[in-house]
Design a protein around this ligand. Structure first.
Ligand code: HEC
Ligand code: HEC
Ligand code: HEC
Ligand code: HEC
Ligand code: HEC
Length: 219
């Protein structure tokens, strides 16, 4: 049998050589795992904001519609973040002295913007458009999760390419009637149809055929 190691190799160096190979392989695996882990992708981690704005209170509790604050979500690529004026509609009267809301009042006085920290931020080479998803009946919660129960906003999904493609290849299970896109409580059972029947109906009615062409998202 061919001798892999020179005789002078002692057991220790043999072990450490193999060890190094395994260590390197393990390291690569670990890097991959870390990249996919919630730690790197930020999935499920509440993001600290200059003002602890709570969707749980404003959407879950007060029942405000998404479009009250994210005004461009139906017409534009971007959903939009509300200006301080929108907050002051209520907070010039409600909780108007609360220290928690001081950054809102400061922003109002100085005509400066509140430095909201982005929760979702695709790289520039990827193109996303809210309006088409809204028009075709993909609910906000499909992508953003139970926003009405978030005291601070977090990212529910990775937003990586595989995630986008997963739905573009098989959108059926993610669709609802377009009139229910903003409804955080909607369930497929509400439509009173078999699941498969409902999917067929929605795909046909809205003419849903998402593309997986590279140029759709990389323009
Ligand atoms: C009263 C105003 C208001 C309403 C109503 C509201 N939002 Fe928001 N939303 C905000 C503010 C302010 C931020 C920025 C702070 C933050 O990220 O929590 C935000 C942030 C977000 C983000 C994260 C944005 C980012 O940085 O990536 C998502 C997603 C979102 N909202 C979805 C929704 C959905 C879905 C609804 C309806 C179910 C909704 N919002 C209703 C005010 C509102
Ligand atoms: C439609 C009225 C309305 C609008 C618009 C509104 N709020 Fe509120 N907000 C309230 C009410 C009412 C409370 C008290 C909620 C409670 O005690 O449950 C509140 C509470 C808060 C609180 C205290 C913590 C909490 O969530 O209980 C913060 C911070 C806050 N709002 C920030 C904002 C910001 C920032 C905006 C603008 C993006 C905004 N609000 C827009 C009505 C509003
Ligand atoms: C198909 C998935 C999907 C759906 C459905 C969706 N979003 Fe988003 N949303 C995203 C992605 C992806 C981003 C990040 C966009 C970027 O970084 O360019 C985002 C970003 C946002 C932001 C941050 C501001 C912006 O426009 O970049 C807000 C606010 C938001 N979404 C609200 C909503 C609301 C409200 C709805 C429902 C009407 C909704 N989204 C439906 C995927 C989705
Ligand atoms: C939950 C399902 C779902 C997810 C997740 C999703 N999409 Fe879509 N997307 C759709 C549907 C449905 C359409 C509408 C297809 C049609 O026009 O029939 C669409 C259309 C689009 C279009 C418009 C295509 C055109 O023909 O102009 C773009 C761009 C797009 N998506 C980008 C993205 C990106 C980028 C992501 C990930 C960050 C993403 N989508 C995630 C369901 C989804
Ligand atoms: C439905 C939308 C969509 C389609 C279609 C799509 N991509 Fe992507 N792609 C994305 C998004 C979103 C990202 C950014 C992912 C992230 O933030 O990690 C991305 C990232 C990438 C990257 C960077 C590396 C990576 O994986 O993050 C490459 C390279 C790439 N895409 C190539 C392609 C090619 C080639 C095709 C066609 C076969 C394609 N994409 C089709 C949405 C798409």
């Amino acid at each position: 049998m061919a001798q892999v190691f020179h005789k002078s190799f002692n057991t220790l160096s043999r072990v450490s050589l193999f060890g190094a190979v395994f260590f390197a392989a393990g390291g690569l695996w670990l890097m991959g795992a870390v990249n996919r882990s919630p730690y790197m992708t930020g999935v499920g981690e509440a993001v600290d904001q200059p003002v602890p704005f709570s969707h749980a209170h404003h959407v879950g509790g007060l029942g405000l519609d998404c479009r009250y604050c994210h005004t461009s979500v139906e017409e534009a690529a971007s959903a939009g973040i509300p200006s301080t004026k929108t907050c002051m509609t209520c907070h010039s009267m409600v909780w108007s002295d609360a220290p928690l809301l001081e950054p809102v009042r400061t922003s109002w006085r100085d005509d400066s913007s509140i430095g909201w920290v982005r929760v979702h931020d695709l790289p520039d080479f990827a193109y996303f458009d809210h309006s088409i998803h809204v028009a075709k009946g993909v609910g906000c919660v499909e992508c953003h999760g139970p926003i009405d129960r978030m005291p601070l906003t977090w990212r529910q999904n990775t937003l990586n390419m595989e995630w986008c493609l997963g739905c573009h290849r098989d959108p059926g299970p993610h669709l609802r009637p377009p009139s229910k896109v903003f409804d955080v409580h909607w369930k497929p059972e509400d439509e009173g149809l078999e699941r498969s029947e409902l999917m067929r109906k929605l795909i046909a009615e809205q003419g849903v055929h998402p593309s997986t062409n590279c140029s759709v998202c990389h323009r």
